[in-house]
Design a protein around this ligand. Structure first.
Ligand SMILES: [Zn+2]
Ligand SMILES: [Zn+2]
Length: 261
């Protein structure tokens, strides 16, 4: 055994697991039973409290089990499969390419729908920090965003807005009745869903888009007026042309008749 290597027993199957010292604190899948385990010093009692202490509150945990490198997850339309890599937190879906890939490898923003599914499928959600667990619970349509702190100094996560202008703020309540709180905010209307706002600095939210929306509405109204004027003018010209044509036909007709007389 290498001097820098540590040998411990898997808490689930008691199988021996050997790993280099640098990997201490990481979460892997046991090579014997493939259940998740924390690489901790041998002899130390492995309780869930100790495991949880290794979890950083604002980043995704580092997994190192090779079985997590290529997990096939069915797309929500059920037609195709995407490949999730939980070692680097990547997915082959378009939403990941477009949105989530911009986040750093351990940021919560990496979690597309399929990464959330994969974490659940591999029974790894208990290794996630609470905010990330909340995001897995609400996996449908979570946009990438940023971690921040509320006015009480507690960690929160502010997502970017979706196409309808809604963003989410994830916060962890002090009371234990609920696991987390999710606040919806509409950036177009600058309002909170149900009027319930978290205690946060308003500068954490993007500036309201009301100005732009008004301009666009004004542009639309102007366009509608122009279209209406164009329509009326077209109708008027058409009427004049019809009158002229009927006049000309009338004159020609009466001339032809008079010639016969
Ligand atoms: Zn095991
Ligand atoms: Zn995905």
């Amino acid at each position: 055994m290498n001097e820098r290597e540590i040998k411990i027993a898997c808490p689930s199957c008691k199988g021996h697991v050997q790993f280099p010292l640098e990997m201490l604190g990481q979460i892997i899948n046991c090579p014997h039973c493939s259940l998740s385990m924390v690489l901790e010093l041998a002899g130390k009692k492995t309780s869930s409290a100790i495991s949880k202490a290794n979890i950083a509150p604002d980043t995704l945990p580092i997994f190192s089990a090779e079985s997590l490198r290529a997990i096939k997850i069915k797309s929500s339309d059920g037609i195709q499969y995407y490949t999730v890599n939980l070692l680097e937190y990547t997915c082959t879906c378009p939403a990941f390419e477009k949105d989530h890939a911009q986040a750093l490898p351990q940021e919560f923003g990496r979690m597309c729908k399929h990464i959330c599914f994969a974490l659940e499928h591999e029974k790894l959600t208990s290794f996630l920090p609470p905010i990330a667990q909340a995001m897995v619970n609400e996996r449908h349509g979570i946009c990438a965003g940023k971690t921040a702190y509320d006015l009480n100094g507690n960690l929160i996560y502010v997502t970017r807005s979706n196409s309808a202008g809604w963003l989410n703020v994830f916060a962890l309540p002090r009371k234990n009745s609920k696991k987390y709180s999710r606040f919806g905010y509409n950036i177009n209307e600058a309002r909170w869903a149900y009027g319930i706002a978290p205690k946060i600095d308003p500068t954490l939210l993007p500036p309201p888009l009301i100005q732009k929306t008004e301009n666009r509405n004004f542009g639309n109204a102007l366009f509608r007026v122009f279209r209406w004027i164009a329509f009326v003018v077209f109708k008027a010209i058409l009427a004049v042309v019809m009158i002229v044509i009927s006049f000309v036909i009338g004159i020609l007709f009466s001339k032809g008749k008079s010639r016969h007389r």
